[in-house]
Design a protein around this ligand. Sequence first.
Ligand SMILES: Nc1ncnc2c1ncn2[C@@H]1O[C@H](COP(=O)(O)OP(=O)(O)OP(=O)(O)O)[C@@H](O)[C@H]1O
Ligand SMILES: [Mg+2]
Length: 347
Amino acid sequence: MATKVIAVTNQKGGVGKTTTTANLGFALANLGRDVLLIDFDSQASLTNYLNVGIKEDDSYYGIYEMCVREFRTVRPDEDEFLASCDVSTDEGFARLCERCICRPTYSLRKAQTEDGKKSMVTVSREFGFDLLPSHLNLSDYELEISSLRGNARSSNGFRLYNTIRKIINWHPYDYILIDCNPSLGVMAMNAIIAATDGIIIPTNLDLMSTRGVSNLINKVVDVQEMLLSATNGQIKHMGVIGIVLNLYSERRTVDQTIQSDLKRFYPFEIFKSTIPESVNAKKALFAGVLYSQMYGRADKAYADLAKEVEDSLDRMQSEGQKIYRIDENRSMEDDMTEGDVFNGFEE
Ligand SMILES: Nc1ncnc2c1ncn2[C@@H]1O[C@H](COP(=O)(O)OP(=O)(O)OP(=O)(O)O)[C@@H](O)[C@H]1O
Ligand SMILES: [Mg+2]
């Protein structure tokens, strides 16, 4: 199977991008897929969720070191290892990948019996996917590429795209999922361009979050059109794969109403599998495990989501590229029938 590169993005903060990336990656790995997660956010939440970079002395290389070699040379006095990697050769790039990409783990308490005595031991287990971590220094990437001039500047949008193509050449993963920062700036655009197999948009069910989705979708359409004209149709971007409803409660009728309004309004998959709102999502962070490992209902939701994502990708592949621009003058509220969510306000 050819590698599918997918960005998990929404310019709104705190809607579950990182939680979706980690748990969907885990569910895909549980289906036997070979998965790489890329933390493309200088907050490094995904990196920390996966127990990397927690301790102060935990020094590691990551996406910044990988991308920086894509657009400038590194001096030996700056970083001896990076300067020594000749990334124009497969061997040099492989050394860089081996240093930057890690296999994250979590800890588990396990009962054991030795010499007839029972005791509890802490053992380490792999989540089952690879991680290209991030660090606060990723914010330098945005500054550094923004300060480039001329031709170097014009290919800024393709920095992550180029790096990911080389990673695929080094190791043909089944899936590469990119966790984006909450913006529509240079970083998020780099991720959207790189994710030619499509975008997954997690959202929660409030009006402010759902309103922003149309702007994001039209940015993806801009990227689809830009790629077609810049590459003479060589690079086709598949657009939006679907919208994941996070922090969903079956007991809140307004959530079901917004879900059906979204289905009516957007010509994309609104995934049937909704992610339940539960305190276990936060508890999992303290325990250093994933939400789906902590809570059976979340586990089922992400397993179903992974299957839906695979089905959507297959369908998109067979139907070919589609481009849908959303009329931003039309809002979802205009389409709501009376009594849907808000029935008018009387003084
Ligand atoms: N389904 C859920 N139920 C309860 N809490 C959740 C759920 N999903 C995410 N959270 C919590 O909401 C917070 C934000 O989630 P997350 O970090 O995934 O959002 P994000 O969109 O990546 O944020 P940012 O925009 O800052 O990158 C976290 O504390 C997370 O544990
Ligand atoms: Mg995040």
